[in-house]
Each structure stands twice: as structure tokens, then as C-alpha cells.
Design a protein around this ligand. Structure first.
Ligand code: HPA
Ligand code: ZN
Length: 326
């Protein structure tokens, strides 16, 4: 497939990747051994066999449990470098990478250890593969807004390493409105903000993310198609959607790939990008997502070119930097 080879080789940006979700079973067991931790699974195969999810929450339970092996700055650096190596192999030249500080600070890990470890990995990845990466601090929406304010205060000494802020974790029952004041504060710091919305939650959460949080991109947003007026708005305002096809399939947002709404959003003219979300858990990295889409939809080269171009246009890189890619 000519268009598939073209899409896989094309330089791209990845804008929706949770670094904790790139923790492969092999590295999880290696870090557990290094830190003297016992994982509740016999071996890597037993852990991988547990990746059988029926909802976002069933995934999150395991994702937070596995994150317990991450303890030292070196662990975070190793995790980052492992992802960047995979990203470079998929021709990703720019990545904006989510991390969940509250998952770590709640276990007594200082936020500075998390950020400095991840940042060391980014610098090493830049040196080895020339890949450009930055960090987006995500707040956990199942926790309180006050907890988010505490986390923001803890992160303050490292704000120069933070390219923006995001919102993730359990969507249902935790609407964007819950974080309106926190996100106003983030924007007042001069940083762009994004939010997961319309993954399992309704289109109304996408509207809230735009109107109440000032989200510059919507992470997932695939349920937006249930509200035609919203799709019109996303197109009119050129709101980027960071879509993650294998994630949606594995978390049962859609029963099969042929039912995914990405083609509909793309055809409507929405600024769709393709991303891997939590590649260790969902069966693949960015090019694996591209292959899965192509098997279902057989896009042409022009469509793949549009998607790659969208990824750069939707990024938070400087205009000068973007001009080197587009
Ligand atoms: N949705 C919400 N929270 C998450 C996800 C996701 O896809 N991945 C990691 N945390
Ligand atoms: Zn996500």
C-alpha cells in the first residue's frame, strides 16, 4: 500500500501521548527489580494478558498500578528515552508529552524528581535522534480542583519546562466545569491548555472544554459527531482533535475500527491528528495506529498528508519552528 508507506515515513508530530502509558511490560519489570518492588503479576506475559479492557476506568486502574514502579529521576528518564526511541523510529520529529504528576506525588515522589527525570530523557533523546519534545502537565480529573491547585503550586519552580496543561483520567462524572478556575490560572501563566473530552463523555463536555477551560485542542473528541452543531464549530474554529484510534478500540469506545468516527470528522473538515495515547497498553505506537486506520479505511496520500500537516499546525511549537516542518 503506497499511501500507507507514505504515511509511515512522513515526518509527524505526536500530540497525545501519556508517558506513563508508554511503560512496556519489560521496562515495568526491570524497574520493579531495580527498585525492589513486587508487581502483582508473575511475569511480563501475565501483565500483558491483563491488558483486556472494557472501559476507560478498567484501563486506568491498571495504568495507575503499574506507575508504582516509577520511583527515581533515572526511572523517569529511562521511560522517556524508551518512548523517544520508538517515536524516532516512526518518524516523529516533535512530541508534546503528557505526564500525570499527581499519580507520583500521591506516592511521595517529589514533583521535581518527575519533571527533571523526564526532562533529562528529553535532552538525551534530542542528542541521540534529533527529536524535539516538550511536556504537558495533566491534572487528574477524578481528584479535586484544590488538589490541582496544590500540584500547580508544587510545579511552579519548573514552569519553564512545562509547555502547557491538560486534563485526563476518568471522564464520566468529572466535567470540565469542575476545573474552570484552575485552568483560568494556567492560562494566566501564559500557557496553552488542552483537555480530554468526548472520549467516553458526551459532546457537551467538548463544548465545556472550549467555553469554560479555553482549550486550544481537544484530546479525543470523537463523540463530537453526535452533535452536528459542535462539528460545525470545530471546523469553523479549526479546533485540533488529537484522535487515538487503537485506544478507542481497546477501551470499547467503538466496537470495531470500521465504526470509528475519524473519517467523518476528517471529511467534515475538522483538524484531525492521529496519536497513540498509551501505546504500551493499546497495541501500538503511532505508525501502528496509522496501519490500523488504513486497514479499515484505505485513505489516499492526500488524506495522510493533511493529517501529518495538521499535527504540526496543531502543535504548540513556535511559528518559526513550524516553518521548518511544514
Ligand atoms: N483518557 C483519559 N485519561 C487517560 C487516558 C485517556 O485516554 N490515558 C491516560 N490517562
Ligand atoms: Zn489520553
Amino acid at each position: 500500500d503506497d499511501a500507507l508507506a507514505f504515511a509511515c515515513r512522513m515526518p509527524k508530530a505526536e500530540l497525545h501521548l501519556h508517558i506513563e502509558g508508554s511503560l512496556e511490560p519489560g521496562l515495568a519489570f526491570a524497574l520493579a527489580r531495580r527498585n525492589g518492588i513486587t508487581l502483582p503479576y508473575a511475569d511480563e506475559a501475565a501483565l500483558a494478558a491483563a491488558y483486556d479492557f472494557d472501559s476507560l476506568q478498567s484501563f486506568l486502574d491498571l495504568y495507575y498500578a503499574c506507575a508504582d514502579v516509577l520511583r527515581t529521576p533515572q526511572d523517569f528518564s529511562d521511560l522517556m528515552l524508551a518512548y523517544l526511541e520508538r517515536a524516532a523510529a516512526d518518524h516523529i520529529v516533535h512530541a508534546e508529552i503528557f505526564f500525570d504528576p499527581q499519580t507520583h506525588t500521591a506516592r511521595g515522589i517529589p514533583i521535581g524528581d518527575v519533571i527533571e527525570g523526564l526532562d533529562a530523557g528529553i535532552e538525551e533523546g534530542r542528542a541521540r535522534w534529533g527529536i524535539d519534545a516538550s511536556l504537558i502537565l495533566c491534572f487528574l480529573r477524578h481528584l479535586s480542583e484544590d488538589d490541582g491547585f496544590t500540584t500547580l503550586a508544587e510545579a511552579e519552580p519548573w514552569l519553564d519546562r512545562i509547555a502547557g496543561f491538560g486534563l485526563d483520567s476518568s471522564e464520566k462524572g468529572h466535567p470540565p466545569a469542575k476545573f474552570e478556575r484552575l485552568f483560568a490560572r494556567c492560562r494566566a501563566l501564559g500557557k496553552p491548555v488542552v483537555a480530554h473530552a468526548g472520549e467516553e463523555g458526551p459532546p457537551a463536555y467538548v463544548v465545556e472544554a472550549l467555553d469554560l477551560l479555553g482549550a486550544a485542542r481537544i484530546d479525543h473528541g470523537v463523540r463530537s459527531v453526535e452533535d452536528p452543531a459542535l462539528v460545525e464549530r470545530l471546523v469553523r474554529e479549526a479546533v485540533p482533535l488529537t484522535v487515538c484510534p487503537l485506544s478507542n478500540l481497546r477501551l470499547c469506545v467503538f466496537p470495531e475500527m470500521t465504526r470509528h468516527t475519524l473519517p467523518q470528522l476528517l471529511a467534515a473538515g475538522a483538524k484531525v491528528t492521529v496519536n497513540s495515547d498509551d501505546p504500551a497498553y493499546f497495541g501500538g505506537y503511532l505508525n501502528d495506529n496509522i496501519r490500523a486506520l488504513q486497514a479499515a479505511f484505505h485513505f489516499d496520500k492526500a488524506a495522510w498528508y493533511r493529517i501529518a500537516r495538521n499535527s504540526f499546525e496543531a502543535s504548540f511549537a513556535s511559528e518559526a519552528q513550524k516553518a521548518t516542518w511544514i
